[in-house]
Design a protein around this ligand. Structure first.
Ligand code: FAD
Length: 393
């Protein structure tokens, strides 16, 4: 039986001052009201569209909760503080502006290469750089390649640009010794993403694991996908780097499938998603010689399960083939208690200009608007810590 470690609020929030603790309590209380999140989302979009001066309000509230800063440099003090407490950081430029010009995309990739160098300068504190496929090229091009549609000459050029940028980033990671993590997005671009990242794994994951892809376990087809990927990796002689998540686009995926009349790729229930997540997790840990796994979850049961399997299989807590990770601003009780117990524990640290990270912030607010789930747990631990500090004075 795995020892329960996530209830320790003192360790979980040791980096938060009383003021920061109160601010987090305020934020999670606000988000726990679904109507506040809906109204806030509407107001934010409206205000940004009509250029009303709301950025300072966003910056001091939800942005501060879920983003490390507006630039990579702004994140450094937090990153170093985390590292002193054995928590690693994954740099995640969270801009979600889609459909950029070629010149803008080229500028972005140069920035990403520089960011990789900057990450490396921070020493071991930042072992990964994360990137979204749609930061590397047009969503429409990804979608057309995914659908195996014939590309126009302009689209062909756009696709070549994407391939080139992905390759440059992975090669750079390989050359300087920084892991590159590619996020997963919508189902209708994901096969094209999976195929290209597999190519990169084949190229750069021979003697060490540099390139990581992402598997969204709310998709019922993912266990079979993982089995086939392992067969390919063994046949072609490369290692797999894989981030496991449940998936962030469930409502959008179900709505699109219904609208367009195809079977939804999403599991029928939360329980089914949990089962897929846990079975893919077991599969990865059972094949640790070939798969390095990055467990991206705020789910305590799945985290305990991973710890239990590691113990059963004799995998060291600090084995660099197993990473645990939560998002910045969420589930510090998991991150800090895992780190304190010797596991490789990471925070995904998004940064970017306030107006560019709004879609990311909205996803986080929506995800945290259910008091029944993780928010209730988060809030109760924050309140418990406030009480503990009051009694300790
Ligand atoms: C480090 C990190 C990196 C991430 N990167 C990505 C990424 O690249 N791509 C991405 O899509 N997401 C990503 N996410 C977000 C992730 O997919 C989840 O949205 C989020 O973490 C919540 O899932 P959970 O496992 O933490 O918690 P839980 O609360 O246990 O699970 C909630 C999730 O379960 C699923 N679910 C809920 N209700 C149902 C239902 N009725 N039927 C079926 N499934 C249901 C949904 O996926 C929902 O998000 C990342 C998360 C983390 C922590």
């Amino acid at each position: 039986m795995q020892k329960k470690i996530f209830d320790n609020s003192e360790k979980a929030f040791k980096l938060k001052s009383d003021k920061e603790l109160n601010k987090s309590i305020f934020m999670f209380r606000l988000m726990s009201r679904q109507w506040m999140v809906s109204a806030g989302t509407w107001l934010t979009n409206f205000s940004l569209k009509f250029k009303l001066p709301v950025k300072p309000i966003i910056r001091n509230t939800i942005f501060d909760q879920f983003c490390g800063g507006e630039t990579s440099k702004e994140c450094v003090p937090v990153i170093q503080k985390y590292y002193q407490h054995k928590v690693f950081t994954v740099f995640d430029y969270a801009s979600e502006i889609r459909e950029k010009s070629d010149a803008e995309l080229e500028k972005d990739i140069e920035d990403q290469l520089e960011l990789a160098n900057f990450a490396l300068e921070q020493g071991e504190a930042i072992p990964f750089l994360a990137i979204k496929p749609t930061q590397l090229g047009s969503f429409n091009t990804w979608a057309k390649v995914n659908a195996k549609e014939k590309l126009t000459p302009t689209e062909q050029k756009s696709w070549e640009g994407i391939r080139n940028r992905v390759d440059r980033l992975c090669k750079h990671g390989h050359d300087i010794g920084l892991r590159i993590m590619v996020d997963a997005e919508e189902f209708w671009i994901q096969t094209a993403v999976d195929d290209l990242i597999e190519e990169m794994m084949e190229k750069y994951n021979k003697e060490k694991i540099v390139v990581y892809s992402t598997v969204q376990c709310y998709r019922w087809d993912r266990p079979e996908y993982m089995m086939n990927l392992l067969k390919k990796a063994k046949a072609k002689g490369f290692k797999i780097g894989m981030k496991l998540v449940r998936g962030a686009y469930m409502e959008k995926e179900n709505a699109r499938a219904e609208k367009m009349g195809y079977p939804t790729p999403i599991c029928k229930s939360k329980k089914e998603t949990d089962d897929v997540f846990n079975s893919v997790l077991k599969f990865c840990l059972n094949n640790i010689e070939d798969i390095s796994v990055y467990i991206g979850t705020h789910n305590e049961e799945s985290s305990y399960l991973a710890m239990e399997i590691m113990q059963q299989k004799g995998i060291a807590k600090n084995d660099k083939r197993v990473w645990f990770s939560q998002l910045y601003g969420m589930s510090d009780h998991i991150t800090f208690n895992l780190a304190d117990n010797g596991y490789n524990s990471c925070k995904y640290m998004p940064f970017g200009k306030v107006d560019e990270v709004i879609p990311y912030l909205i996803r986080r607010a929506e995800e945290n608007s259910s008091v029944k789930g993780q928010t209730g747990r988060e809030l109760s631990l924050l309140l418990e810590e406030k009480e503990r500090r009051k009694n300790a004075k």
